[in-house]
Design a protein around this ligand. Structure first.
Ligand code: F6P
Length: 364
């Protein structure tokens, strides 16, 4: 009798509601084929030091689909191709430890790695595929900016959380006749800001795809005032940029991560509005609240579908690909087609047209 497959699974990058649902679906679908699944801790780091690898049985994962976070842990600083390592002199240096990952993968007799991650983690997965590891990718990010799928799980939950926060901000902003700027996540894409801003009836929405002119933002707020609206709610994506100006961020981030830490544009916008209009203005950063909590029904279902589809792709031997939603189907997308590209909000999107039609200003 041939042995069943041994599947390794990891979750990498920032967490997103729905990760546990993917894990549950992969384990259950594999179990129903008499395959075994092993959980790798903290992205790829659990394949460098393999002490904490856990066998994921149905008992361990049953009904975790409703929970937030990831039972495997995650990191956005664990790229084995560029790993920060402390040397004998106590200095941090960057080393390529990817061969160790490949050796451990083979030694543990894994047949496939299901890599659940965003663009960074899936790019690493692709590099391991090129080094001979059979890989299936599952896209995740609250930012919704990945190519090859019309939506990622986590996004719907993040938008719901942001919308609820914006709803609450209206009453306090109205009571004080203030401008309140709410900064939401999304990196260099405006999906969260756009969808939550419209749903939460913001007066102004700022997204990276449409550089904003602060004067136009102020003009809109003052024009609203003439119509009796003496307060305003501005929703800004963390990656929004002033026209003719540079991105506002918090610098290069921590050792071992490849991206800058975004944040600060909300405060900048609030200060500029206060200065130019004389109105009282405050800013609020929603931050990691948007990544926390239980996934919505939509995200749960999508994540379960992605996990089960990943196991079907293993069965078909479609390694080097990622699952992606192309409604009504889930398809296999070659990883090389999706890595390194960002899916932005199209400027001719119906959602942007809707916002403009209902009187929301983009500062352009
Ligand atoms: O990519 C997901 C995301 O939440 C972005 O929206 C945000 O810019 C980033 O991660 C924050 O990263 P960290 O959790 O490392 O602060």
């Amino acid at each position: 009798m041939s042995r069943g497959l041994n599947i390794a699974i990891n979750t990498g990058g920032g967490d997103a509601p729905g990760l546990n649902a993917v894990i549950e679906a992969v384990v259950m679908a594999a179990h129903n084929r008499n395959w075994d699944v092993y959980g790798i801790k903290s992205g790829y780091t659990g394949l460098i030091d393999t002490d904490e690898i856990v066998r994921l049985t149905p008992d361990r994962v049953r009904r975790i689909s409703s929970t937030g976070g990831t039972i495997l842990g995650t990191t956005n600083k664990g790229n084995p191709f560029e790993m920060p390592v402390t040397n004998a002199a106590g200095e941090v240096e960057i080393r390529d430890v990817s061969d160790r990952v490949v050796e451990n993968f083979k030694r543990l007799r894994f047949d496939c790695l299901v890599a659940v991650g965003g663009d960074g983690s899936l790019e690493i997965a692709y590099r391991f595929f090129q080094k001979g590891i059979p890989v299936i990718g599952v896209p995740k990010t609250i930012d919704n900016d990945m190519g090859g799928t019309v939506i990622t799980f986590g996004f719907d939950t993040a938008v719901s959380t942001a919308t609820e926060a914006i709803d609450r901000i209206h009453s306090t902003a109205r009571s004080h006749e203030r401008v309140i700027v709410v900064e939401v996540m999304g990196r260099h894409a405006g999906w969260i800001a756009l969808n939550s801003g419209i749903s939460g009836a913001a007066h102004v929405i700022l997204i990276p795809e449409i550089p904003f002119d602060i004067e136009k933002v102020c003009d809109h707020i003052m024009a609203e005032e003439l119509h009796g609206e003496r307060y305003a709610v501005v929703v800004t994506a963390e990656g929004a940029v002033p026209a003719g100006g540079g991105q506002i961020d918090r610098g290069a981030g921590e050792v071992g991560r490849q991206d800058v830490l975004l944040g600060g544009v909300g405060q900048y916008v609030a200060e500029e509005i206060a200065k130019r209009t004389g109105k009282d203005a405050r800013s609020l950063v929603l931050g990691h609240l948007q990544r926390g909590g239980s996934p919505t029904t939509f995200d749960r279902l999508l994540a379960l579908r992605f996990g089960a589809a990943a196991v079907r792709l293993i069965e078909k031997g479609k390694f080097g690909s990622m699952v992606g939603l192309d409604p009504p189907k889930i398809k296999a997308v070659p990883l090389e087609q999706v890595i390194g590209s960002i899916r932005n909000v199209p400027l001719d999107s119906d959602t942007i047209a809707t916002a403009r039609d209902i009187g929301i200003c983009f500062g352009d």
